[in-house]
Design a protein around this ligand. Structure first.
Ligand code: SF4
Length: 367
C-alpha cells in the first residue's frame, strides 16, 4: 500500500497531483471541478488512500473527478428539497417535531457525493450570520412542537468548542427542545478535533445530545477515529451512524458488512444507509435502488439485527425519508374458496437464506 503523510489539508488540484492523489493529465478537468465544488482532503484521510489502487474506496469519496462535470437526469442543486421547507435562513422544518439547524457551511473534508455540495465550502458564508442565527433560535423558541434539533451544515464540529458550547446551552434552555442531534464526519476526517473541550461542549444540561457519525467504509474507522468516538460515548453521549450507499465504495456485501460490524464494535448503532441523492454530478457514485435492496438482503443474511441500518431514500422535492426495503412479506394468492373462508390474510415471508414460508403456517378459517 502506497500511503501518504501530510502536515496540512490539501485543497487545490495541483496539490492532489503533486502528492500522487490525482493524475497530472486530469489537472485541467479537476480545476474546473474545484471551481464549482469545494475540495479538502485532511491528513488523516490522505493517509488512508492507497495511491497504487486506482479504485481505492477512500479516494473515490474525496478525490474529485471529471465525471462531476456531468449532470445526470433529474440531478439538481437541492436534491432533497431543503429550500421548500426553510421558513427562516438556516432552518429546515420538514417534519412537525424536529428541525435541521444548518449552522456552518464548512466541513473538514468535502465528499464528492455531497447532497449539499452547492451550499458548502469556500466561497459560501462560513457560518450563519449573527442576525440569521438569532432569527433561527427565535423560530425554534416560537414552535413548541420542536422536540429535536439536528445540528448539521456543513459540519457543526468545525465550530470551536467555545462557540458550540454557547449554542448548545442556548438550545437546551428552550424548554421544549429535549434532543440535540449532531451530524458530523469530523471524528473520522480529523479526529484530533475531538478533544476534551469539544466533548465537554457536546454535553449540556437540559437536553440529551446524540451524535450521528457519517462514515462509508470500514477503513475510515481508524484507531484515532475509534478513540474519538469512544471519548464521546464514554462521556455518556450515544452515537448512531449514517452512511451513503456508493458505487465503488461500499456497494458489495463484504464492504457493507465490515462497515456495520466496525460501527457496532465502536458502540455506534447503525442508523441510516442513504440511497445516493440526485445531487449534480454524482451519478457515477450512485447505485440503483434494486442493487441497494439486494445488498440489504445480503446484509441480513450475514450480520445480526444490531448491525442493520435502515435503507432510506430522501424523496426529491422535500417529501422526507422513506424506508425502501427490501420487503420480506407479501400476500399469498390464496384460492378463492380459501380466501372466502379465511379470517386472516396469509403471507409469504422470506427468511435470511432466501427461503419462502407461509404465515400463518395454517390458513385461519372461521370455526
Ligand atoms: S461532511 Fe457532510 S456536508 Fe460536508 S461534504 Fe461531506 S456529506 Fe457534505
Amino acid at each position: 500500500m502506497n500511503k501518504i503523510n501530510l502536515a496540512t489539508t490539501l485543497r487545490e488540484p495541483t496539490e492532489l497531483v503533486a502528492h500522487g492523489l490525482a493524475p497530472a493529465a486530469a489537472l485541467a478537468d479537476l480545476e474546473k471541478v474545484a471551481a464549482r465544488y469545494a475540495v479538502a482532503v485532511t491528513p488523516d484521510i490522505a493517509a488512508l488512500i492507497d495511491r497504487n489502487d486506482p479504485d481505492d474506496p477512500i479516494a473515490r469519496q474525496f478525490i474529485p473527478s471529471a465525471e462531476e462535470l456531468l449532470a445526470g437526469p433529474g440531478e439538481n442543486a437541492d436534491p432533497i428539497g431543503d429550500h421548500a421547507y426553510s421558513p427562516v435562513a438556516g432552518i429546515v422544518h420538514r417534519y412537525p417535531d424536529r428541525v435541521l439547524f444548518k449552522l456552518v457551511h464548512v466541513c473538514a473534508v468535502y465528499c464528492r457525493f455531497c447532497f449539499r455540495r452547492e451550499m458548502v465550502g469556500p466561497g459560501k458564508a462560513n457560518a450563519l450570520p449573527h442576525a440569521a442565527y438569532q432569527d433561527a433560535i427565535g423560530y425554534i423558541r416560537a414552535h413548541p412542537e420542536i422536540w429535536e434539533v439536528i445540528l448539521t451544515g456543513g459540519d457543526p464540529l468545525m465550530l470551536s468548542p467555545r462557540r458550540l458550547a454557547e449554542i448548545m446551552a442556548e438550545l437546551a434552555a428552550i424548554d421544549h427542545v429535549r434532543i440535540i442531534r449532531i451530524h458530523t464526519r469530523v471524528p473520522v476526517a480529523d479526529p484530533a478535533r475531538i478533544g476534551a473541550e469539544m466533548i465537554a461542549a457536546l454535553r449540556v444540561k437540559g437536553a440529551t445530545t446524540w451524535v450521528a457519525l457519517h462514515a462509508n467504509h470500514a477503513r475510515e474507522l481508524t484507531a484515532p477515529a475509534r478513540a474519538a468516538c469512544a471519548g464521546i460515548i464514554d462521556a455518556g453521549i450515544p452515537m448512531v451512524s449514517q452512511s451513503v450507499l456508493l458505487r465503488g465504495v461500499n456497494d458489495n456485501a463484504s464492504a457493507l458488512e465490515a462497515l456495520m460490524r466496525a460501527f457496532v464494535e465502536c458502540r455506534i448503532k447503525p442508523y441510516y444507509l442513504h440511497h445516493g441523492d440526485l445531487a449534480s454530478g454524482t451519478s457515477h457514485l450512485r447505485t440503483t435502488l434494486a442493487q441497494g435492496q439486494e445488498l440489504m438482503r445480503a446484509l441480513r443474511g450475514r450480520v445480526s439485527g444490531l448491525c442493520q441500518p435502515d435503507y432510506v431514500l430522501d424523496i426529491p422535492g422535500g417529501h422526507g425519508k422513506a424506508p425502501v426495503g427490501p420487503n420480506y412479506l407479501s400476500p399469498t394468492n390464496t384460492q378463492s374458496r380459501e380466501r372466502e373462508q379465511s379470517v386472516e390474510t396469509r403471507y409469504r415471508v422470506v427468511d435470511y437464506c432466501g427461503e419462502v414460508h407461509l404465515y400463518p403456517p395454517i390458513a385461519m378459517t372461521d370455526p
